[in-house]
Ligand binder design. Structure first.
Ligand code: GLN
Length: 515
């Protein structure tokens, strides 16, 4: 490059830099202050029709809550930007101020009011039980749900209420649409959910095998939630007052529901009661139970994984080539695809495939979780075992054979003991990874340690304390595992063993002399 060229490029670069700085500062000084004042980020979980759902064209959201908040925005001069997120993530998002408000058919409860501020109630609702049509008459109230399988949405008042029923087996889903789907698939006996939502699901006909029993078993009021101390509470309240006064509220109501809207109190009766106080100590038994499930999951998966891994490793070093290829394909597949996808394939995919060919097959969650984790770890273990065996010098095989030892004897007395020692560090790694990976099965609603924590956060909103406790328990488990493996490594070290034996001999000699 000649000099002229260099100065040309330097000038260009300089101009470009000045240009970008100009654009950034214009953006900063002119646009962002306007945005900060006007745009209100509103979180919602759009699987709660008719309150919030995806718009039919797939762009944006629609529903009673959405229309109501848009009307509030117009009234208060705020630009509303909806953001989709899981229901149990709304309150943590408000706490961290990732969003400015949440409207999601959220019941005003004393516990929630400790961590967020609610605007005045905007809708009267309550819980109902949904059952399959053929079970109608057998279940009429919460008492009839004793010892039954009940599906609920995580972090909802329905989940809290159902958890109080003695002997109930709870199946927790990310949203109520999934819970209702589980009921219509016949996997549970009932769903406890907000009455208007279940009624709407039945009415629009996509769940026509379901009936509702016991409408409005509780009295609840929905409220818009905002971060504690948010200046927008007043704006939203004033706008709501205005909408209620001018009948605009009635207009929005009648777009989605038949009849007249219920009279709304200024404060929900729930806030007059006592809120439960949070204590991490009282949560400990549930967390420890979760830890126990995590240990069981790891133990089973490592056990089956080792069997699978040994078979695969043997296949991969066998002289019969097709076996080697098969084991290669297996290892590549299970190492090359995400464990999460494998869990979904096994839990949801296999039953639907088998049902498709007419077999009535349903995976129990524990079996599905152990299967997925074992199949996955078998692939990693196979590589560790194969690598360990192949790392032993070929000369040792030859030497053993020349002494007249067969394949089995050579493997058992010469190769494996040495290979096993070399395998220990990667085996330890795999074991620790497995302890942590069990947390992925939370996705199929399996209540191991992480899911227990998630369920607790959903009712107490103490994300930091609870997840920190969960992390500490994982750390404790992995620490113990790593200690056990280093102890094993030391114990199996022949040099150390030989030294120990030698020193034991030296120590015992004077005694012998004395005697
Ligand atoms: N009203 C219920 C609650 O607040 C359910 C809300 C929802 O699932 N979106 O817990």
């Amino acid at each position: 490059m000649n000099k002229k060229n260099v100065s040309f490029w330097i000038k260009r670069l300089g101009l470009g830099l000045i240009g970008s700085l100009l654009i950034i500062s214009i953006n900063y000084y002119l646009i962002s202050p306007l945005k900060a004042q006007e745009v209100l980020k509103v979180g919602t979980e759009p699987a709660f029709p008719p309150f919030e759902m995806q718009a039919p064209d797939g762009k944006g959201f629609t529903g009673f809550d959405i229309d109501l908040f848009k009307a509030i925005g117009e009234e208060a001069g705020l630009e509303i930007q909806f953001q989709s997120m899981p229901f149990d993530g709304l309150i943590p998002a408000l706490q961290s101020q990732t969003i400015d408000a949440a409207i999601s058919g959220m019941t005003i409860t004393a516990e929630r009011a400790q961590t967020v501020d609610f605007a005045r109630p905007y809708f009267r609702s309550g819980l109902a039980i949904a059952v399959r049509k053929e079970d109608q008459g057998k279940i009429k109230s919460f008492d009839d749900l004793e010892n039954k399988k009940v599906a609920v949405a995580i972090g909802t008042t329905g989940a809290q209420e159902a958890a109080k029923i003695p002997g109930v087996e709870l199946f927790t889903f990310d949203n109520s649409a999934l819970a209702l789907q589980e009921l219509s698939n016949g996997k549970v006996d009932a769903v406890v959910n907000d009455s208007p939502v279940t009624l709407y699901a039945i009415k629009i006909g996509n769940l026509n095998s379901i009936e509702i029993v016991g409408e409005l078993l509780t009295e609840e009021y929905y409220g818009i939630a905002l971060p504690k101390g948010s200046p927008n509470v007043e704006k939203v309240n004033n706008a709501l007052d205005e909408l209620l006064k001018t009948d605009k509220y009635r207009g929005v109501y009648q777009k989605w529901f038949a009849g007249e809207p219920a009279k709304l109190p200024l404060v929900t009766p729930a806030l007059e009661g006592e809120a439960a106080t949070f204590s991490l100590i009282s949560m400990l038994p549930a967390l420890l139970y979760g830890a126990l499930i995590t240990i069981l999951l790891t133990a089973f998966s490592v056990f089956f994984g080792t069997i699978g891994g040994t078979l695969l490793a043997t296949a991969s070093i066998s002289d019969f080539k097709p076996l080697g290829w098969l084991s290669r394909i297996y290892v590549d597949f299970f190492r090359g695809t995400p464990l999460l996808v494998q869990i979904f394939m096994i839990y949801f995919g296999i039953p639907s495939l088998l049902q498709g060919i007419g077999l009535d097959f349903n995976f129990n969650r524990f079996a599905a979780a152990v299967t997925a984790l074992s199949l996955n770890s078998a692939a990693y273990l196979a590589e560790i075992i194969r690598g360990g065996i192949q790392s032993i010098d070929i000369g040792q095989w030859e030497a053993s054979q020349s002494m007249g030892m067969g394949w089995r004897q050579t493997m058992r007395y010469v190769i494996f003991p040495q290979a096993f020692r070399r395998m220990l560090p990667p085996l330890g790694n795999e074991f620790i990874t497995m302890i942590k990976d069990t947390s992925l099965v939370a996705i199929i609603g399996f209540e191991e340690l992480f899911r227990q924590g998630q369920l607790m956060v959903a009712t107490t909103y103490r994300a930091f304390e609870i997840y920190a406790a969960v992390a500490l328990i994982y750390l404790f488990l992995t620490f113990i595992a790593s200690r056990v493996f280093s102890w094993l490594e030391k114990r199996l070290n022949p040099v150390r063993r030989a030294n120990k034996q030698a020193s034991a001999q030296i120590a015992s000699t004077p005694e012998q002399v004395a005697s």
